[in-house]
Design a protein around this ligand. Structure first.
Ligand code: GTP
Length: 597
């Protein structure tokens, strides 16, 4: 296909605004898939995505379209992840295409994530076509939403296409707009090969599949290619496109998007954003701006049943095979036994991996409080990257501690603004900006990441009844008065419950924690002190009083089967407990104790 007849685009949309439905329509209308093969939500292939309605891995499809001018075009859609955790993947995908459809639900309006992604698209020099979706719904208000797009984002929305991805109205107009308004890709077929590695994933039959966008040159089967970042060389054994099923082709040229396989064993060897070239006749310079994505949120994953440790190792190794941004190393905890310290791109990423382990591998997990990486500067001049609060060195050796900060953007209807400001303030936020667009406010806060990884999303959703949207970017590290708070149960420190806190908030957090634990830990035959401490100093304390009688006492003399049943119940319950010195702590106690409210 000549470059002038290729169009490449991505779709920017907030969750639920209709990205997948619109993509399905575009595929269906162009007969890319036979009607009977059309499954709902073709693009989201993983189960978990379908269930949660979240697109996690970027996927792509090639569409053949005969335009109203009678010419045949090839249109490539790259599906980008919609969530903040995957900001780097989004930005790379966007550099592989020339334009974006900005899909906004015309019954709702612009949301924070849309904002972040549309700016990423603008940064990638995209031509942007605004699309107002769900016009079939009575609550649709296209004029208001178009005005909002102009106000908030600052792009011309006068020509926004009005679409119902549900009924199919406006789909032809959308295809025509893609042909008419998006620029064709540029590139030189005779130059040395320069291709962008857009995405990669592991397939049980084919090995690692690499999604590529050709910038210059041509890529054929049998070619020996080099990954410019790590220098590894591979022979291409399969080359093709997605329609959306994998279809083998002879070659890919400039402007084209497709996949290759090359007997690559590990996804970790294929870094998103890397440049692929020919080993013998390489291009001069790699594509600019390569930056591997690094985990920012860490937590411990432990099997509830310690016999399942090997199964957990197996599950984690398999998942890591397909996810280069997920890191792990073994960890032992006095409280929880053997497990893994894992690193994630963000909270959603954490949740997805944890869910998959529990569901696909059927392993019940204890998850410790998510933590961020602190920079600990020691008095002797050395620096430590602290991934686990339990490893925090003794305060007497520590000079100062720095924590990561973020810039958070929140869009919220006016009536909830007060609650949102209070929440951000409570989390040590510094307000940077506050503007209005229609009946909605946009607030920008500088916040410590560690206050956000906890349960910020949940709190934000609950105080705004789900109407707020949120997005963030890491901004850098800053020194603050941070200390490690330990929790002691019956004078034994419980490592899994130790956490880094701001000194000014330590008493409050400590008190909340010990009060909660007092309710969560069942009574024993003896008195149990529960304490929060910084260094050697106790900052909060509760005492769980002793239990007088054992549970079976009340069926004294009576029914033996009832007694047996109770004992069985106890036994089952005990299995879920963890022993701390002489104290049993139920698993729920960890989970609940680690939530703030
Ligand atoms: P993620 O994959 O989670 O990012 O969501 P999405 O943006 O892909 O949204 P999706 O296509 O899953 O649509 C969300 C919901 O809106 C679904 O229940 C769709 O059926 C519905 N929907 C999408 N487009 C339309 C439309 O034009 N009209 C109506 N009435 N409903 C629509």
């Amino acid at each position: 296909t000549p470059l002038s007849h290729i169009r490449n685009f991505s779709i920017v949309a907030h969750i639920d605004h209709g990205k997948s439905t619109l993509a399905d329509r575009l595929i269906q209308q162009t007969n890319t898939v036979a009607e009977r093969d059309m499954k709902e939500q073709m693009l989201d292939s993983m189960d978990i995505e379908r269930e949660r309605g979240i697109t996690i891995k970027a996927q792509t499809v090639r569409i053949n379209y005969t335009a109203q001018n009678g010419e045949d075009y090839v249109i490539n859609l790259i599906d980008t992840p919609g969530h903040v955790d995957f900001a780097y993947e989004v930005s790379r995908s966007m550099r592989a295409v020339e334009g974006s459809l900005l899909v906004v639900d015309s019954t709702q309006g612009v949301e924070a994530q849309t904002l972040a992604n549309v700016y990423t698209a603008i940064d990638a020099d995209h031509e942007i076509i605004p699309v107002l979706n769900k016009i079939d719904l009575p609550a649709s208000d296209c004029d208001r939403v178009a005005e909002q797009i102009e106000d908030v984002i600052g792009i011309d929305a006068s020509g926004a296409i009005r679409v119902s991805a549900k009924t199919g109205e406006g789909i032809t107009e959308t295809l025509e707009a893609i042909i008419e308004h998006l620029p064709p890709p540029r590139g030189d077929a005779d130059a040395p090969l320069k291709a962008m590695l857009v995405d990669s994933w592991y397939d049980a039959y084919l090995g690692v599949i690499v999604l590529v966008r050709i910038m210059d040159g041509k890529l054929k089967k049998g070619d020996r290619v080099r990954m410019m970042q790590n220098g590894s060389v591979h022979q291409v054994d399969r080359i093709g496109v997605f329609r959306p099923a994998m279809t083998v082709v002879d070659e890919l040229g400039p402007g084209e998007i497709g996949f290759i396989t090359a007997s690559i064993k590990r996804v970790a060897d294929t870094k998103v954003g890397d440049t692929i070239t020919h080993d013998k006749t390489p291009c001069e310079k790699p594509l600019p701006g390569f930056q591997p994505s690094v985990p920012v949120v860490f937590c411990g994953l432990f099997p509830v049943d310690s016999n399942e440790f090997e199964d957990l190792r197996d599950a984690i190794e398999k998942l890591a095979l397909n996810d280069a941004s997920f890191s792990y190393e073994m960890e032992t905890s006095a409280a929880l036994g053997f497990g893994f310290r894992c690193g994630f791109l963000g909270l959603l990423h954490l949740e997805v991996i944890r869910d998959r382990i529990e569901r696909e591998y059927d392993i019940e997990l204890i998850t410790t409080a998510p933590s961020v990486i602190y920079h600990v500067y020691m008095k002797d001049g050395t620096k430590l990257d602290l991934h686990n609060p339990a490893d925090m060195p003794d305060l007497t050796h520590v000079d100062h501690v720095e924590e990561p900060r973020i810039k958070a953007t929140i869009l919220v209807p006016d009536e909830y603004l007060g609650d949102v400001l209070k929440l951000c303030q409570d989390r040590r936020g510094i307000q940077e900006d506050l503007t209005y667009a229609g009946s909605r406010a946009m607030v920008v806060y500088d916040l410590p990441l560690n206050e956000v990884v906890f349960d910020f999303y949940d709190r934000l959703k609950s105080v705004t009844k789900g109407y707020a949207s949120f997005d963030y970017q890491m901004t850098g590290y800053r020194q603050d008065n941070l200390v490690k708070m330990s929790i002691l149960v019956n004078d034994e420190p419980v490592d899994a419950l130790s956490m880094m806190v701001h000194r000014d908030r330590a008493e409050m957090r400590g008190r909340a924690m010990v009060e909660k634990l007092k309710d969560l830990i069942p009574r024993h035959m003896f008195k149990i002190p529960i304490q929060a401490a910084i260094g050697g100093k106790v900052i909060a304390r509760e005492t769980l009083s002793a239990m007088r009688k054992d549970v079976t006492a009340k069926c004294y003399g009576g029914d033996a089967t009832r007694k047996k049943k109770l004992l069985e119940k106890q036994k089952a319950g005990k299995k879920k407990m963890r022993q701390f010195g002489k104290v049993d702590i139920p698993q729920e106690a960890f989970i609940s104790a680690l939530k703030m409210d």
